[in-house]
Design a protein around this ligand. Structure first.
Ligand code: HEM
Length: 510
């Protein structure tokens, strides 16, 4: 018998270990792959195989700001429901899935559990106290009861003077700037300045002063930078080790910006609470009704809601105004009709009140609806989790914990829901028989159910008033450098908008 050479055994051992490890890894990956593609409960939902296996393709788009473009293409290829990552499914059949994911549990859904907000999708509160956007159902209903007084029809009517003040400032400052220089102006900035000034005055009793200074306030800049942190929280939830890779995966600066921004918001809110202003603004109404009939908020919760309202109530409205302006300038026949309506029904600038706008500008309203379809300010799906026991959405059984949403932009640009989806046609909202088969209930830009947008009426009031007054006062022409504005947009939860360069000329009347 040959003697065993101990040295050679010692040398082969690491190779054997490595070989066994490699073989086991291959088996593991194979088993995982076969399971994900053929046996996972989501394997029946169509989509690219690579997205079913790994979250990396989706995250790459998240970082590049192109998730909405990706999801749009996937729906065009695969249909109503698409598996965009191993545990995420996007839907565009708004007629069924808005109700099933976001709707009240009534009718056929009676007795079913609500789908809760997906903690991976929403950023956690900076001060530990959730705003109503991220609160659980019980806290949400307690908070929404208190906040809703600030958004009632009566409150809106009482707030008209404050709104008008900033819309007039927008018009007057635009006149000053454009009569002094022939250069185009960036309308994205002007609309942002207006809506941010309005919302800050409604909350804190003083504007950001953007229209006054013709400059974006430092904390608005910080807010835009901090919005990037939203996708970071998603990435850190699924790739917790990413935080150790420096700025390669996680933008630590965006997270720090978010902290600084919340500290500033809290100091503004405390200052406002300490002042007695006796006017129908948000803070006055929140403080007046706090504690009534089961609705109550702590100061920290109020601060978190201020943070929410500043973002939700300004950027979104300004986005729609920017998109609507671009779409009008790209569609001269529609622009002409809006001009004819607005200039025909108001004899003088002073006649443009909320009530008059609501009564006499149906075509403008249809144009805003169409802009909300073509360029929804919340373009992606805001995700919810399927509750325990699983549930069915749009005919697909989804296991507990699946992240689901209706993706707004893809739903509104699908031929399954709208005829000629790439055309800008306000007439589809005015009963034009050509568009009779449009699935209008698939259009929910303010979301749906108990957690829909609280500021919808205010948003419409601002949009209608601002558009009426600027269209009455100015002629617009798109500068060629913004010809591809729409295509140059990216998405980081909300749209990241490039400059919208517009030549603005005051209309001279006798
Ligand atoms: C065109 C403008 C706007 C659009 C398209 C829009 C859209 C939305 C959407 C889609 C949601 C649901 C988010 C989710 O599911 O998590 C939402 C929630 C909300 N929005 Fe708006 N919004 C707009 C303007 C405003 C304005 C002007 C305000 C307030 C001043 C506002 C305040 C809120 C609040 C407080 C919530 C949270 C509601 C809750 O969770 O109960 N929004 N908005």
């Amino acid at each position: 018998m040959e003697p065993i050479e101990l040295e050679s055994v010692a040398a082969t051992k690491p190779y054997m270990l490595f070989g066994t490890f490699a073989a086991l890894s291959v088996v593991y990956v194979l088993v995982k792959t076969v399971h994900a593609l053929y046996f996972h409960p989501l394997s029946k939902v169509p989509g690219p195989k690579i997205n079913a296996l790994s979250r990396i393709p989706y995250v790459r788009h998240l970082l590049a700001g192109t998730t909405v473009h990706l999801v749009n293409d996937l729906h065009a290829k695969y249909g109503d429901g698409v598996r965009v990552s191993p545990n995420e499914v996007s839907f565009i059949n708004g007629e069924t899935s808005f109700q099933e994911i976001y709707g009240f549990r009534t009718g056929k859904l009676k007795g079913k559990q609500n789908f809760q907000k997906d903690p991976a999708w929403y950023a956690p509160p900076m001060n530990g106290s959730p705003s109503i956007l991220v609160a659980n159902d019980a806290d949400h209903s307690r908070g929404r009861k208190t906040l809703s007084h600030a958004f009632s029809e009566k409150a809106l009517a009482d707030q008209e003077g404050l709104l008008q003040k900033y819309v007039d400032q927008l018009v007057n400052r635009l006149k000053e700037v454009t009569s002094a220089s022939p250069e185009p102006v960036n309308m994205v900035k002007w609309y942002n300045w207006t809506t941010f000034d309005v919302i800050a005055d409604l909350l804190f009793g003083e504007p950001f002063g953007c229209l006054q200074d013709l400059r974006t306030h430092k904390y608005i800049d910080l807010l835009f930078k901090s919005l990037k942190a939203f996708r970071m929280f998603y990435i850190m939830k699924y790739f917790p080790l990413g935080k150790y890779l420096g700025n390669l995966v996680v933008d630590h600066q965006a997270i720090a910006d978010r902290k600084e921004y919340q500290t500033w918001i809290s100091s503004q809110a405390s200052k406002r609470r300490a002042r007695d202003m006796q006017r129908p603004d948000f803070m006055e109404l929140i403080m007046k009704h706090n504690g009534e009939k089961g609705g109550s908020l702590t100061n920290d919760e109020i601060d978190s809601n201020c943070n929410l309202i500043i973002t939700a109530g300004s950027e979104t409205t300004a986005t729609l105004l920017s998109g609507c302006t671009f779409l009008l300038l790209k569609n001269p026949a529609v622009y002409q009709k809006v001009k004819d309506e607005v200039r025909g029904c108001f004899e003088s600038y002073g006649d443009i009140t909320l009530d008059a706008v609501n009564r006499s500008t149906p075509y403008l309203l249809a144009t805003l609806q169409e802009a909300l379809r073509y360029y929804p300010p919340v373009p992606c799906g805001f995700e919810r989790r399927v509750p325990s026991g699983g549930d069915v959405v749009s005919g697909y059984y989804l296991p507990e914990g699946t992240a689901v949403s209706v993706s707004h932009f893809p739903a509104y640009h699908s031929e399954k829901n709208f005829r000629d989806p790439e055309e800008f046609v306000p007439e589809r909202w005015m009963g034009d028989p050509k568009y009779a088969d449009d699935k209008r209930s698939s259009h929910q830009p303010f979301s749906f159910g108990s957690r829909n947008c609280l500021g919808k009426n205010l948003a419409f009031a601002e949009m209608r008033l601002i558009m009426s007054k600027v269209i009455w006062s100015f002629d617009f022409e798109l500068d060629p450098r913004s010809d591809n504005w729409f295509k140059e947009n990216r998405v980081m939860t909300l749209w990241i908008k490039p400059e919208l360069a517009v030549h603005v000329k005051e209309v001279v009347r006798d």
